[in-house]
Design a protein around this ligand. Structure first.
Ligand SMILES: Nc1nc2c(ncn2[C@@H]2O[C@H](COP(=O)(O)OP(=O)(O)OP(=O)(O)O)[C@@H](O)[C@H]2O)c(=O)[nH]1
Length: 258
């Protein structure tokens, strides 16, 4: 039988370590543990490890094999930590990153009619091992309504309002839930969004936003003040992009802490 050469395992002499090597944008079905039980989703994964200078190539097939072996696992923050360490073990590396992005759905209840509908959020969870230490990162993009306080103040009628994307990215101790971040931002917004609204609901959300105006600066400060006081969070960024209805550009703010 012909022996297939293992080029990846040969020695490299250029004396250049590679900080991240692996696979990017693997689309893969998985389950994430939500507060309502396992949620099936389709994720995009980027899986990378550190490659020492003398090693020519990593073992690309082992990244995919890991996900195949874990296909039935319901993932959560602890599961991501276990999977990240398992990736390093299988790839025989001391450092690496497992980065998973997926759409996450919540059932919303319309404020007056009580009709239920789904709303989608972009979630990213990242497990990183650096210098032998594991770090958990969570990012959630929460779409909301913002209404301009200045416009309300100066106008005889109405106030301009728009959809805003509030993105939180944080490092946490491992027990921060996606739903907590969504609740936090939706409580601070002029109004939250719903997939389905009937006319009485539409009246409610219009008036609710009017009674609760926020600048883009108010939005990021109100969210950041709550995260700063959370002992589980070691560092974070909060961004808001308001797709202004009176401009063809966005209003934007970012707080980085510390
Ligand atoms: N390192 C490396 N591998 C590549 C590259 N392009 C394709 N491959 C992969 O090479 C893989 C096969 O290599 P390995 O994962 O090392 O497979 P193997 O040698 O049979 O298995 P192991 O014994 O586990 O290393 C295929 O899955 C290809 O995806 C590349 O640029 N670099």
């Amino acid at each position: 039988m012909n022996v297939i050469p293992d080029v990846q395992s040969s020695v490299d002499v250029r004396n250049l370590p590679i900080q991240q090597v692996g696979i990017k944008n693997l689309r893969f079905p998985l389950q994430w543990a939500s507060s309502n039980g396992p949620q099936a989703t389709v994720a995009h994964l980027t899986m990378t490890v550190y490659l020492p200078a003398e090693q020519k190539g990593t073992h690309m097939s082992r990244f995919v094999q890991l996900m195949e072996d874990e296909a039935a696992t319901v993932l959560d923050a602890q599961g991501l930590q276990r999977l990240t360490w398992e990736m390093l073990k299988r790839l025989d590396s001391a450092a690496g990153k497992l980065d998973i992005s997926f759409p996450y759905f919540r059932t919303k209840t319309a404020p007056v009619s009580g009709i239920k509908s789904l709303l989608d959020y972009d979630v990213r969870v990242v497990g990183t091992v650096e210098a032998g230490v594991y770090h958990a990162e969570l990012q959630v993009l929460i779409p909301v309504t913002s209404l301009c306080p200045c416009s309300k103040e100066i106008s005889q009628y109405g106030a301009h309002n728009q959809r805003s994307h509030v993105t939180i990215n944080l490092r946490h101790s491992g027990d921060m839930q996606i739903d907590e971040l969504i609740d936090l931002v939706e409580e601070q917004a002029s109004c939250q969004l719903y997939g389905l609204l009937k006319r009485p609901d539409e009246k409610y959300v219009t008036e609710r936003a009017y009674e609760n105006p926020k600048f883009v600066e108010d939005m990021v400060r109100d969210v950041a003040a709550r995260l700063r006081d959370d002992a589980r969070v070691s560092q974070f960024t909060v961004e808001s992009e308001n797709f202004e209805s009176i401009h063809n550009h966005s209003a934007y703010a970012l707080i980085q802490y510390p």
